[in-house]
Design a protein around this ligand. Structure first.
Ligand code: HEM
Length: 409
């Protein structure tokens, strides 16, 4: 094992298979990378960029690591070579959640159920006003306080409240769902997390039955009606689909908002720019998305394939590190710096190919409205010097653990 690549890990390493070139082996744990204790998950992960483009680690059952923007895009698009039927690293930890755990052609059938509800026009026309109202209410509530912990008081709450309207859920269960959402995302004990997943599962299973009896025009109604499709096999399919939609839009948007706000708080001139030049906001959204890829998702190698000296065998797992794509200096010069004038550079943060994020228009809209309303309504905010410094966490979806802000009232 390459000593320069001793990156730290928590679980026991496995044997290195004979087809893996020892020069490509690093000791890397994506859930607990060395350097995470310094508080910045991107800096901890970026150590990988000092080694080979395609690496292999013996952690989490042993897996390949794709970390460069070009390799990540290629893998996301090459579903014939890299299957989504094993999404978790290590294997076997994610139940079927259509469409993400299926390959074409099955994938396309499930995806067609979701697509209409996430169409750009529908999002902008039907949900944009409600989403704006949610965000304005939260901001106006915070403004007189002069300080906040942004994750628990804003970025985790806003996406859940917006989703609430999106799927027409009753308001009386909102606090309960907020708690489940936080626990499921890992804010809490391991036991809290398991309980939260179970509770959401049971709740959604019951809700989908109700939506058959009392249909609406929301995505959960669309999902429940999959039962009427001749290809419908089991209720788990529709519950898995509903869970994916529910969780897919929570910690992703919360993390995106948290990282964007951290960058803004560190650099008041960026806040001033948004205030002075609101037309730049759509470009700012893309730049935050580029800088802050969030997901680290698994792919199962379907057939033997070589890439940049790595011999991947059918049955191997690959961790596709979207979180490293946007900070690949080869693809984006000065990649760590947020630059609203970078221009329309493509990024992989919302995926590519068949699994490209179905919620991309909703996610972009939420981020855009946050930037619009925050810069319009709030004074310049800064990191609170009397509170712990910002901290981020690693895992399948990375995120901001806490972000203390303050401002002059
Ligand atoms: C800005 C925030 C978001 C980011 C960064 C993000 C990122 C991603 C990425 C990278 C993928 C592809 C995963 C893969 O290839 O394995 C994906 C898929 C998906 N996302 Fe998002 N997402 C965001 C917001 C949302 C929202 C708001 C929803 C829904 C409410 C959502 C629901 C989904 C679903 C259902 C899939 C699976 C699509 C498929 O397999 O066809 N996402 N997302």
């Amino acid at each position: 094992m390459d000593q320069t690549a001793q990156l730290g890990a928590a679980d026991a390493p496995c044997e290195i298979p004979s087809h893996v070139d020892p020069a490509l082996v690093v000791d890397f744990d994506y859930r607990q990378p060395a350097g995470i204790e310094d508080g910045d998950v991107y800096k901890a992960y970026a150590r990988l960029h000092q080694g080979p483009d395609m690496a292999w680690t013996p952690r989490h059952g042993g897996h390949w690591i794709a970390m460069r923007a070009d390799d990540i895009k290629w893998m996301q698009e090459s579903w014939e070579l890299f299957s989504n039927t094993e999404k978790s690293v290590p294997k076997g930890q994610m139940p079927p959640m259509p469409p993400i755990t299926f390959d074409p052609p099955d994938h396309s059938r499930y995806r067609a159920v979701l697509n209409p509800y996430f169409a750009k026009r529908r999002i902008e026309e039907s949900y944009q006003p409600k989403s704006r109202a949610v965000i304005v209410e939260l901001i106006e509530g915070l403004k007189p306080k002069g300080a906040c912990e942004f994750v628990s008081e804003f970025s985790f709450v806003a996406p859940l409240m917006i989703f609430w309207d999106f799927v027409n859920l009753p308001y009386d269960r909102r606090d309960q769902f907020l708690a489940w959402g936080r626990h499921a995302a890992g804010y809490g004990s391991a036991e809290d997390r398991v309980t939260a997943f179970g509770s959401v599962h049971d709740y959604l299973a019951e809700l989908l039955d109700q939506r058959i009896e009392e249909p609406g025009d929301d995505v959960f109604t669309g999902i429940s009606q999959w039962r009427n499709n001749p290809r419908f096999k089991h209720k788990d399919e529709i519950v898995g689909m509903a869970e994916l939609v529910f969780f897919g839009g929570q910690d992703t948007v919360a993390s995106q908002m948290g990282f964007a706000m951290q960058r803004l708080a560190e650099r008041p001139e960026l806040q001033q720019r948004l205030k002075d030049d609101p037309d730049i906001i759509p470009a700012a959204v893309e730049e935050f998305l580029r800088r802050h890829g969030l997901s680290n998702t698994g792919r199962l190698v379907r057939q033997d394939v070589e890439r940049k000296g790595a011999t991947m065998k059918a049955g191997d797992m690959v961790l596709v590190m979207n979180s490293l794509s946007g900070i690949d200096e080869r693809a984006y010069p000065d990649a760590f710096t947020v630059d609203f004038d970078r221009g329309a550079v493509p990024h992989n943060s919302l995926g590519n190919g068949p699994h490209k994020c179905v919620g991309q228009h909703l996610g972009r809209m939420e981020l855009r409205i946050m930037l619009e309303e925050w810069s319009r309504r709030m004074p310049i905010v800064r990191l609170d010097p009397d509170k712990p410094a910002p901290k981020s966490h690693a895992g399948p979806v990375i995120g901001v653990s806490h972000l203390h802000l303050c401002w002059d009232c």
